[in-house]
Design a protein. Structure first.
Length: 293
């Protein structure tokens, strides 16, 4: 108990240091390196792109709220996610709450490990939280050539930890004249006002795009309750969702709510859309096939 109290105090101090406290600076946007994984990106022409999104929940699997996990248990959970990726063979995977190397995660970079074990060619990783012994954020894994990657960390929203998104550009395989912008995003879970502000920050960064776009992630709201969040983002970027008003596809079983979404621009359409039954996190993975409209 004493050790946990000391750890909580350390994280709180670090949260202020790294911009989670009052008086913090404006959102930050920075270029990201594209990491390769010893595999060649796909170049053969394809009709459809397979995309997946998953809130990794730091490798906690069924939502256990332990801050510290035993390394062997965490690695076992990551192996389950890697097998999921291998099974469904997506071209792109958007991850949220994905950890970089830190003492609390046994110095395992979860994004790097999943890219390697899942057989993905490249990845980009944005670290929106950098506290004592804890580094995590959003990421994209890709089997397609990735370029022009950036990370955006939203303005702090204490007492919750920082959120943000990564954005990159891929080429539709076999079509050099069809670049597509792809995004992995995580919005605040506690307050809708902060989610609305974060959407405005996204629009400030993404709003003047002229390419097809795929935005995936954990929005922490459904279509109805997120009228000024999810719908506003979709309308502003001319995106659409699969059956947004329907009651199906809950992705957060604890509350039976659809919090995880894949949004695509109007020059693309869904050929298929699934909320997968695999329990590799407290969130359900979402898998879709996308084709030109």
């Amino acid at each position: 108990m004493v050790r946990l109290m000391l750890l909580a105090g350390s994280l709180l101090k670090s949260s202020v240091r790294w911009g989670l406290g009052r008086g913090a600076k404006a959102p930050t946007v920075a270029p990201l390196p594209v990491r390769t994984n010893g595999r060649d990106a796909r170049t053969e022409a394809v009709e459809a792109l397979r995309v997946m999104t998953l809130n990794l929940a730091h490798g906690r699997k069924h939502g256990q709220r332990r801050t510290v996990q035993r390394t062997h248990r965490e690695n076992h959970m990551l192996e389950d996610v890697a097998r999921l990726i291998q099974s469904h063979r997506p071209d792109l995977v958007a991850l949220q709450e994905a950890d970089a190397r830190s003492r609390l995660r046994g110095n395992v970079n979860q994004v790097e490990k999943l890219a390697h074990d899942g057989g993905m060619a490249q990845y980009v990783q944005g670290d929106h939280v950098r506290a004592a012994h804890l580094v995590y954020g959003t990421a994209l894994l890709s089997n397609l050539e990735v370029s022009d990657a950036i990370s955006c960390t939203f303005r702090p929203t204490p007492p919750t930890f920082n959120k943000g998104f990564v954005r990159a550009t891929i080429q539709w395989p076999g079509q050099k004249d069809r670049p597509v912008d792809v995004v992995s995003v995580h919005l605040d879970f506690l307050r809708n006002t902060h989610r609305r502000n974060q959407v405005e920050e996204m629009l400030h960064t993404l709003g003047r795009h002229h390419r097809p776009m795929v935005v995936m992630g954990d929005f922490n709201c459904d279509w109805r309750s997120g009228r000024h969040t999810l719908q506003h983002l979709a309308e502003a970027l001319n995106l659409h969702a699969w059956s947004p008003e329907g009651d199906g596809h809950p992705t957060f079983p604890a509350f039976n709510r659809r919090l995880d979404w894949i949004l695509i621009s109007r020059d693309l359409r869904f050929r298929s859309y699934q909320t997968l039954a695999d329990r590799v996190s407290d969130h359900q993975p979402v898998l879709a096939e996308i084709v030109p409209a």
